[in-house]
Design a protein around this ligand. Structure first.
Ligand code: PXP
Length: 239
């Protein structure tokens, strides 16, 4: 199975918002990354809309043909927005107002989670949960009836950067165990957070990953090398 690359373009919006005008244009970034091989566009519409705004999401949905993966908090207001937007995928993520980025996986014991998931699925939206690399959370996601899980790879990515071999083996093993557990179900298996060339290459030892979702590194590295080179390199790594 060929793994897909979802490109998260939130950081283009962050750069744009720094000046309060419309440059760099988010839609142009989405079109560019698609041109060079992105299989889907990921956007996190936070409740405070501090980077991607609802009107950005609506414009992207209207103008681009590749699937949109909407990351959002598990709230009724966001579910209602998702239903209006009608993206192909929703990835439910935890959200804290002051965090710099999504710090960990979802708390799957949140009371109304199943109700929110069912509402999205009834509207033909494929639902994924962003979870910690824990076999228990894979099982609980399955019980919640989602179509996919995305494993938070942040700790693994940090271990690689720190060249901490023991921690790296420990974190890699956890992700592998989650994949084995997921393979017992029909859920798709996605990975994301903090990934760069090294961590993506290492993770590609695990076969049949459905999708890698990568944002910060792609946008940052493209300042030096441009989208064509960076995206094509990721596509080669996950092939
Ligand atoms: N996947 C999910 C669910 C995320 O929340 C994020 C960060 O917004 C990413 C992937 C991408 O992470 P990064 O920007 O570190 O590549």
């Amino acid at each position: 199975m060929r793994s897909k690359l979802g490109v998260n373009i939130d950081h283009v919006a962050t750069l744009r918002n720094a000046r309060g005008e419309n440059h760099p244009v988010l839609l142009k970034a989405a079109k560019e990354v698609i041109k060079y091989g992105a299989d889907s566009i990921t956007i996190h519409v936070r409740e405070d809309q501090r980077h991607v705004k609802k009107k950005d999401a609506i414009l992207l949905k209207r103008k681009i043909k590749k699937p949109i993966n909407l990351e959002m908090a598990p709230t009724i207001a966001m579910v209602n927005f998702a239903i209006k937007l009608n993206p192909k995928f929703v990835c439910i993520v935890p959200e804290k107002r002051k965090e710099v980025t999504t710090e960990g996986g979802l708390n799957l014991t949140q009371k109304n989670l199943k109700k929110l998931i069912n509402k999205l699925k009834k509207n033909n939206i494929e639902v994924s949960l962003f979870i910690n690399p824990s076999v228990k959370d894979v099982r609980n996601s399955y019980k919640l009836g989602v179509n996919a899980i995305e494993i938070h790879t942040g700790s693994f990515a940090k271990a690689i950067k720190a060249k901490n071999k023991n921690k790296l083996n420990y974190e890699f093993d956890k992700i592998k165990k989650c994949k084995l557990e997921c393979d017992k179900t029909k859920m798709k298996f996605n990975l994301g957070h903090g990934l760069d060339y090294d961590s993506t290459k290492y993770l590609s030892k695990i076969k049949n990953i459905n999708e890698y979702n990568i944002g910060h590194f792609i946008i940052g590295e493209s300042l030096f090398d441009g989208f064509p080179k960076v995206i094509k390199k990721f596509k080669r790594l996950i092939r």
